[in-house]
Design a protein. Structure first.
Length: 99
């Protein structure tokens, strides 16, 4: 579980990132989750865009993405989701210490 300070830090790190995945009309599926897991292992922090034609609510999509990839939901702003998962082999982001 991330602290407020850690989430704030990750939001600032994600600010300059572009979304690398899009969730469209088909919603969240297993193939998408596998690709996002691989991207999280390489990058630790990813942005995902929820398209207007998505039939599910954006909150449900964000929760499904976080649960399906076993990652932390950092932010849901507008139709953009930011996910974080600490990498096993490619650790790049140093989080602020929990207090």
């Amino acid at each position: 579980m991330l602290t407020t300070k850690q989430k704030s830090f990750l939001r600032s790190e994600a600010h300059h990132l572009d979304p690398i995945f899009q969730v469209g009309k088909g919603g969240v599926n297993e193939a998408m989750l596998v690709q996002i897991k691989e991207a999280l292992e390489k990058r630790e922090l990813v942005k995902i865009s929820i398209l207007q034609n998505n039939e599910d609510g954006k909150d449900e999509v964000a929760k499904a993405l976080a649960k399906g990839t076993k990652s932390e939901l950092v932010q849901l702003i507008g139709h953009t989701v930011v996910l974080y998962k600490q990498s096993v082999n490619n650790k790049r982001i140093e989080l602020p210490v929990k207090r």
